[in-house]
Each structure stands twice: as C-alpha cells, then as structure tokens.
Design a protein around this ligand. Structure first.
Ligand code: NAP
Length: 253
C-alpha cells in the first residue's frame, strides 16, 4: 500500500451528517486528519470519526454551536492541540427553516438562521484565518465555504432568508479570498443545488427531493459524495491558482 501523504488537519463544521460527513470521509482517504464538529448528534459524529480512523486518519468529534463564538474558538483550539497543524477548513454547518413567503418569517427564526448561517460562518472564517494566514504564523492553506445555489436563485416562496444568508457567504468568499491571497490562503465557495441529505427534513419537508426531482435538469438530486469530491479537490494543490471562485454543483439548475 502507498504511504499516506500527510496533509495536516482539516476542520469541518457540521461534519457529522450530510455534505460535511461526506467531505470528512473523503478527505480522510486523502491524508487529512479531521476535526468533525457537530451540534447535537454525537452518535453520527462518532461514526464519521470511526470511518476516518478506518481510512488511516486521526480524527476527533467536537460538539458545539457555530453561532457561539466560544464554541468555535474551542473547536479550533482542540483541533490544533489534539490533531496538529491546521491546513484546511470547510465552513459547512448550516440550516434551513420551514418554507413560507416573507410574511411568515418571524423574527426569532430569522435571527437563529442568520446567527448560524452568517455569524457562524464569519466566526469560523476568522478563526481559520488566525491559524492559516502567514501573517499570523501559519503556513497558508485553503478554506471552502459551503454556500448554495439559493444565493443566485433567491428561493422565492420557500426561504428567502436562507438564500440571503448564502449570498452573504458568497460575498465573504470574494472578499476574504482577496484579503488572504498574499497570505498563502485560498478561499472558495461551492454552491450545491438540491442534494439528498437530512436538511430538507429538518427544514420541515422530508419529501422535498422527491417533489422537486422531476423539475431538475438531470431529473435527480445530487448526492453528498458528489459535493464532497469538488470540495476536497478545491482544498488540494491541484486547485492552487483557484481562489475567490463560486463553483456551482447544481446539476445544471
Ligand atoms: P444536514 O444533513 O442537515 O447536516 C447538517 C450538519 O450541520 C450536521 O452535521 C449538524 O450537526 C450540523 N449543524 C447544524 N447546525 C449546527 C450548528 N448550529 N452548529 C454546528 N453544527 C451544526 O445538512 P447538509 O444538507 O449536509 O448541508 C450542509 C451545508 O450545505 C449547509 O450549509 C447547507 O446550507 C448547504 N447546502 C445544502 C444543500 C442540500 O440540498 N442539502 C444545498 C445547498 C447547500 P448534527 O448532526 O449534530 O445535527
């Protein structure tokens, strides 16, 4: 068997399920050690960690809410201390909320969604920069933000708040990529279309993929693995001149 080429530590927020878990499993096979963050689902996080171990990686699960600044700082501290040198970050944790027109979006729901999807992602990007940027003593690296096709579609009558939160992630990607281009850190975003994960059930519509699949150009939703492949590629040296890119992974949607 070929020797494992060590890639350093990869921090993935929301790595216990869906797209984050698929990224963790794939990256573990590519030489990364993985810090898997999760909100509540300890069993799922532990399973991802076990799968990473089976692939030869060191891995830990770290509970925390990305909307809580202290939790995010602890995630990076633990990853650095227990796994070593952080070289890559996937800013993935995110939520949707039940669908409705703008009149139905109550303040508490919007606050929670923006706190997790925007404030959380910005805090993660800030902590990532502290570890990766050369000006902070880092060796450079890569960040991938998990945005959504919703940022360009707007999600009318479904969840404009969610779509707008992903618009913020696109703008974060463009600005931070320029801010860190001279610091050895590449920052990109992917914009998945409809991907078959639990998020649709948590947002209140478990059958959303089934309902929409015939309207999708390819006649099907994407899989978490189909998102993980380009995400992990964007982290790699093969993508060494790509920064500030917003890559649609949406099957033509
Ligand atoms: P998912 O299957 O619902 O998984 C969500 C993950 O995020 C879980 O690991 C969950 O942890 C974690 N999480 C949720 N809230 C968190 C919080 N406050 N703090 C820390 N972790 C938290 O979601 P997914 O479909 O894989 O989505 C992942 C990302 O892709 C999201 O940013 C989403 O907006 C984006 N995306 C998804 C789709 C899609 O169709 N699926 C399309 C475009 C973009 P627990 O397991 O502990 O709950």
């Amino acid at each position: 068997m070929a020797a494992r080429e060590e890639q350093g530590t990869l921090v993935i927020t929301g790595g216990s399920r869906g797209i984050g878990a698929a990224c963790a499993r794939l990256a573990a096979t590519k030489g990364y050690d993985i810090a898997v963050s999760y909100a509540e689902n300890e069993a799922a996080a532990n399973q991802v960690v076990a799968d990473c171990h089976a692939a030869g990686a060191h891995a830990i699960a770290v509970q925390g809410n990305v909307a809580d600044e202290t939790d995010v700082m602890k995630l990076f501290e633990r990853a650095d201390k227990e796994l070593g040198h952080i070289t890559a970050v996937i800013n993935n944790a995110g939520i949707v909320a039940p669908q409705g027109t703008i009149e139905t979006l109550d303040h508490a729901r919007m606050k929670r969604l923006f706190e997790i999807n925007i404030l959380g992602a910005f805090t993660v990007a800030r902590e990532a920069t502290k570890h990766l940027a050369k000006r902070n003593g880092g060796d450079g690296g890569a960040i991938v933000n998990i945005s959504s096709a919703a940022s360009r579609l707007g999600s009318p009558n479904e969840y404009i708040d969610y779509a707008a939160s992903k618009g913020a992630l696109d703008t974060l990607t463009i600005g931070l990529a320029k801010e860190l281009a001279g610091e050895g850190v590449r920052v990109n975003a992917v914009r998945p279309g409809i991907i078959d994960t639990d998020i649709h059930a948590s947002g209140g519509e478990p059958d959303r993929v089934e309902r929409l699949k015939d309207q999708l150009p390819m006649g099907r939703a994407g899989t978490a693995d189909e998102v993980a492949q380009p995400v992990v590629w964007l982290l790699s040296d093969e993508a060494s001149y790509i920064t500030g890119a917003l890559l649609d992974i949406a099957g033509g949607r």
